[in-house]
Design a protein around this ligand. Structure first.
Ligand SMILES: [Zn+2]
Length: 137
């Protein structure tokens, strides 16, 4: 297990590369903006249980709600600027790096397997930037 900062950054960057911005916005709006799971779920047309699931994954990695909040606050602006490499085109998911069509449930697995170097370098860059700026130690 890496430190919580790296773990949470990897979780969010993977979602972002996969084009799953709803997961990232759900986590941010719950932890930072203080919106309720049902408000967030209604906004993005997902269940409140799914919103809780996303948040729980992040809180588990930090083992603490306040630590999770401060990490997400520090990394969010960098994560949201990462360009997704998987796009949803007419209901199908396409990896722009290898021009391959993927079923929805295989998207994150594909990125972890085939684009591991890209994932690691983006995570590393964000972790270093945030540490350098002392936004989160
Ligand atoms: Zn690919």
């Amino acid at each position: 297990m890496d430190d919580p900062l790296t773990e949470i950054t990897r979780y969010l960057v993977l979602k972002r590369l996969a084009g799953d911005t709803v997961a990232i916005m759900s986590i941010k709006e719950y932890l930072i903006d203080g919106l309720s799971p049902s408000t967030i779920g209604h906004k993005y047309n997902i269940s409140k249980f799914r919103v809780r699931g996303y948040v729980q994954r992040v809180v588990d990695k930090a083992r603490n709600h306040l630590v999770a909040e401060s990490i997400v606050r520090a990394i969010f602006p960098y994560v949201i600027e990462v360009e997704p490499i998987v796009l949803k085109v007419r209901g199908k998911y396409v990896c722009l790096k290898c021009d391959q069509q993927l079923p929805k449930e295989k998207v994150e697995h594909h990125i972890r397997k085939k684009h591991k170097d890209l994932l690691n370098s983006v995570v590393q860059e964000i972790v270093l930037t945030v540490r350098r700026r002392a936004e989160y130690m």
